[in-house]
Design a protein around this ligand. Sequence first.
Ligand code: PMP
Length: 359
Amino acid sequence: MSRVFNFSAGPSTLPVEVLEQARQEMLDWQGSGMSVMEMSHRGKHFMAIAEAMKNDLIELLAIPANYQVLFLQGGASAQFALIPQNILNGKTKAAYVNTGAWSTSAIKEAGKYCEVQLSASAETSGFTTVPTLNTWQIDSDAAYLHYTSNETIHGVEFSEIPDVADIPLVCDMSSNILSRQFDVSRFGLIYAGAQKNMGPSGVTVVIVRDDLLGLTQDTVPSVFNYQLQAKSDSMLNTPATYNWYLLGLVLQWSKRQGGLAAIEQTNIRKAQKLYQAIDASVLYRNPVDPEYRSRMNVPFVLADAGLDKEFLRLADAAGLSSLPGHRSVGGMRASIYNAMSEAGVDALIDFMAEFERTH
Ligand code: PMP
């Protein structure tokens, strides 16, 4: 067996310990005589897995008691449409900040269900920065303000939680949840697909403050009604059981790393050395405003795009996989989520230096 360093943006690399535990428990989960994927979701074994998984997430993120934690299907993309339908609360307008491709998608989808007020946009910068907070326009009749804390494609990450006074703050944390410490109580709603820092795809975490429940429009399918799902522990119908189990294993692993404080320090170190290597070179360039460079997704271009193919070919041959940038922006992108080891980042930096030396 040989494993590569996998820089994919998601689904992405998982901790080997997690995969090994899953393999070990595959045929017989802890003496139950069956695989987790064969269990009834209402049986005692799976109920124990689900409860531990939820409690571990609450512990890791220090989620206050006045929040519900939901595990839904449909990905973060389903949430783009479901958020307005669940929390507009009779209002017609919601405020959105556009910092890249994923906020653009969220805005487009929300526009089917409400009037979107574009509070601020970094589009004219080519999505290389975050608009300064004091330029944001937020109508007082907007039901909430939505932003994307980390733009997976453009590699732009908020360095702080924006202070938007009383309006409920809604955040797409798909690509940086669990990567740093933050205060959940600043938010009305947080959502994230699992396939970056939390496990395989197929589960979407929604963390929603109690006062935003019960506002769902009647037309919303029951499985996407936050309050109904909260009341039934996200088991209104059959959940993605095996994905919940794997999410649980990743959360246990995250706790063993020392929780978010320790994980954040490692992530800072990994990102800093990669950006330093890029900035020190003449061949590579990252276009993002240094204050808002993502710790999770590091896009870079080569001074001579004619070398892209050769770079990727040799990287692959060196066991450095999935480095092409998103098809919409080109260039390269190294996603260095929690499960990417420091050794993986070092190997990439060494490879990039050697490629620059020889080209
Ligand atoms: N938001 C962000 C920030 C993402 O990175 C992604 C997926 N890469 C999505 C939303 C969409 O997630 P999904 O494919 O799970 O719908």
